[in-house]
Design a protein around this ligand. Structure first.
Ligand SMILES: [Ca+2]
Length: 174
């Protein structure tokens, strides 16, 4: 195998590493609310839609695109219909100077009736290096019309900028 071919194969392999499988689209989140652990009044969710407005913002946690937490937030997301969820991606900021840390754990719960929630996934491995990070948690095609995420902070401030669900509309029962 010559080098050019090897490089071409490597590029093809890298290009074939999608964030989500083919067909998984970004799910429109019609609303969300903090069931507990809302943002600090010092760094509030200024629009009530900071987490789903599509804006990740800069590493500057004061740029208005971040919500800052000193408690462990439980956030419930409402979708416009039922989906088979592929993944949820959470954007957080790590900055050692001002004391912003990575989550310690994110647990994900799904519901089809809006009342009963089932624990679907939990992630504990997060990039703790300086900067803005995207943590994608696989949800294995779980059906849901609502979703809750429970974020356990580390010892530091938790700053979140965006939560993105991907999936496909659930099959209509026949
Ligand atoms: Ca945002």
């Amino acid at each position: 195998m010559n080098l050019r071919l090897a490089a071409g194969l490597l590029a093809a392999a890298l290009a074939a590493l999608p964030v989500s499988p083919a067909g998984a689209e970004v799910i429109a989140c019609s609303a969300y609310r903090y069931l507990s652990g809302p943002p600090s009044p010092s760094y509030p969710d200024r629009t009530g839609a900071v987490l789903t407005d599509g804006s990740v913002g800069s590493p500057d946690f004061t740029d208005g695109s971040w919500a800052g937490f000193t408690e462990n937030p439980v956030i419930e997301f409402q979708f416009d219909k039922e989906y088979a969820l592929d993944s949820v991606e959470v954007v957080y900021d790590v900055a050692a100077g001002p004391g912003l840390g990575a989550p310690a754990q994110i647990a994900v719960f799904v519901s089809t009736d809006g009342t009963h929630f089932t624990r679907q996934a939990a992630a504990v491995a997060f990039d703790r290096t300086e900067g803005v990070h995207r943590a994608a948690i696989p949800l294995y095609a779980a059906s849901a019309g609502r979703d809750r995420i429970e974020v356990t902070r580390g010892a530091q401030w938790l700053f979140l900028s965006e939560v993105t669900f991907r999936g496909a509309p659930a099959a209509v029962p026949v």
